[in-house]
Design a protein around this ligand. Structure first.
Ligand SMILES: *Cc1c(COP(=O)(O)O)cnc(C)c1O
Length: 392
C-alpha cells in the first residue's frame, strides 16, 4: 500500500476545500447559492494590467524560464512602491525583495527556511490558516497568540511567557487582519519589532490587505518602524488590491538574510513567476492608487449594506476599517459551526464558521464582501425571512 509521509497524514485539509465542495454540491442541485465565504474578488483585474499582460505575453522573451527571485524590473517596482506608499526608501531590489507565486507560496515556504523539526513559531488565532500549516509541514509547532475583541484583535505580547519567546524562531502577524478586519497602528508595530529584536525572532508580517482600508484609514507597513529590517520581513500581494488572485503574484521584502534564505529555497523548488505576469504586476504597482481607490469604494459600500443589515437583525457591529471581511459573533444558542450550517440550510447563504480560523475564532463567523451589493442585500433579506431576528 502506498503511504504518504506523516506530515501529509497529519495536516488537516485546507479550510476552504470542504466549503467549496458543499457549494459545488448545492449549485449542482440548481440552488441559488450566495457565497459570502471565500475572499476572492468578484471584480475583474483592471484594463491597464490586462493590457500589460497581453503585450508581454506576445513577446517570446517572456516565454522562457524566469529567474526564480523575480525580474529586476519587478523587484525595482516593489521597492519604488514601498518608497511612494510607505516612505520606506531603502529597500534594495537586489537583496531585499523576492517575487512570489502569490504570497501564500512564500508564507508557506518561509517556515522551511526558519523552522527545523521541533522548533516553535508564534502564530495568531484566529488567522489565515497558512501560518500554522506551513509551520506544521516544516515539522514545527505553534504557540498561539489569541486575538481577542477586547484587545482590538491585537495579540498581547506581554502575555507570552519568556521561555516561549526565547524558544520561538518566527512570529506571524497580519494587519489589516483576516478574518477580523482589524488594522494595526504604528505603535503596535513598534512594540512587536522591539519584542522580535529582544528575542531574536524573525517577525513575518503578512500585509496582503495593506491597500484595502476604509474611512480615511491607511495601513502602515511594519518596515516603517526604525530598525525593523534587522528582524522583519513583510509579505505583499497583487491578488487583493488588483483583483489578480488567479494570476499568482506576490512578494516578500525586508531582512536580507531572510530574503536570501527564501530565494535559495525557492530556487530548488520552483522556477519563478511567468514574466508576463510580473510585467503586468509592475503596471499595477507603478500606479496603484486609482485602482485601489475604486476597490475601497466598492467594498466600503458593500460593507455598509452588510453591517447595517446585520445590525437591523439584532447585531451591534461597528464597521471594520480594513480587509473585505466582516467578523461577527454568532447569536445566542449557536456555535460557529451550527450557525453557519443552519443559515446555509435555510437560506443558501454561505458564511465561514470562525472556528475554521482557529479555536479563538469559535463564537464568530466571517462574511466576505466579494459579492455585489444586490446579492448582499438579498442575503440579508433571506436571513430576515428565515430567522426574523436574533438574540445575543
Ligand atoms: C488572500 C490572502 C493571502 C494570499 O494571497 P496570494 O493570492 O497568495 O498572494 C495571504 N494572506 C492573507 C491573510 C490572505 O487573506
Amino acid at each position: 500500500m502506498i503511504e504518504p509521509a506523516q506530515r501529509i497524514k497529519e495536516i488537516p485539509p485546507y479550510l476552504f476545500a470542504g466549503i467549496e465542495k458543499k457549494i459545488a454540491q448545492a449549485l449542482a442541485r440548481g440552488e441559488d447559492v450566495i457565497s459570502l465565504s471565500i475572499g476572492d474578488p468578484d471584480l475583474p483585474a483592471p484594463e491597464s494590467i490586462i493590457d500589460a499582460l497581453n503585450g508581454a505575453a506576445r513577446d517570446a522573451e517572456n516565454h522562457r524560464y524566469p529567474s526564480s527571485a523575480g525580474l529586476p524590473s519587478f523587484r525595482r517596482a516593489v521597492s519604488d512602491y514601498y518608497a511612494a506608499r510607505f516612505g520606506v526608501h531603502d529597500l534594495d531590489p537586489e537583496t531585499e525583495v523576492v517575487a512570489l507565486i502569490g504570497s501564500k507560496e512564500g508564507i508557506a515556504n518561509l517556515s522551511f527556511c526558519f523552522i527545523d523539526p521541533g522548533d516553535l513559531a508564534l502564530a495568531p488565532d484566529p488567522a489565515y490558516p497558512v501560518y500554522r500549516g506551513g509551520t506544521a509541514l516544516a515539522g514545527g509547532s505553534c504557540y498561539i497568540m489569541p486575538l481577542l475583541a477586547e484587545n482590538g484583535f491585537l495579540p498581547d505580547l506581554d502575555a507570552i511567557p519568556r521561555e516561549v519567546a526565547e524558544r520561538a524562531r518566527v512570529m506571524w502577524l497580519n494587519y489589516p487582519n483576516n478574518p477580523t478586519g482589524a488594522v494595526a497602528d504604528p505603535a503596535f508595530f513598534e512594540k512587536a519589532v522591539a519584542f522580535a529584536r529582544r528575542y531574536d525572532i524573525l517577525l513575518a508580517h503578512d500585509s496582503a490587505y495593506a491597500e484595502l482600508t476604509f474611512d480615511g484609514c491607511y495601513a502602515p507597513s511594519i518596515l516603517q518602524i526604525p530598525g525593523a529590517k534587522d528582524v522583519c520581513v513583510e509579505f505583499g500581494s497583487c491578488s487583493k488590491p488588483f483583483n489578480m488572485t488567479g494570476w499568482r503574484l506576490g512578494f516578500m521584502v525586508g531582512n536580507a538574510a531572510a530574503v536570501r534564505a527564501l530565494s535559495t529555497y525557492k530556487s530548488n523548488v520552483d522556477s519563478g513567476v511567468f514574466q508576463a505576469v510580473q510585467l503586468a504586476g509592475i503596471a499595477g504597482l507603478r500606479d496603484p492608487q486609482p485602482i485601489v481607490e475604486r476597490a475601497r469604494q466598492v467594498y466600503a459600500a458593500r460593507r455598509d449594506i452588510l453591517v447595517d443589515g446585520l445590525n437591523s437583525l439584532g447585531w451591534s457591529l461597528s464597521k471594520p476599517k480594513g480587509t473585505f471581511y466582516v467578523w461577527a459573533p454568532v447569536p445566542l444558542g449557536y456555535d460557529s459551526g451550527s450557525f453557519a450550517e443552519e443559515v446555509f440550510e435555510k437560506t443558501k447563504v454561505v458564511l465561514t464558521p470562525g472556528a475554521g480560523f482557529g479555536r479563538f475564532g469559535e463564537g464568530y463567523f466571517r462574511a466576505a464582501l466579494t459579492t455585489e451589493e444586490s446579492r448582499m442585500a438579498e442575503a440579508i433579506s433571506r436571513i430576515r425571512k428565515a430567522f426574523g431576528g436574533f438574540v445575543f
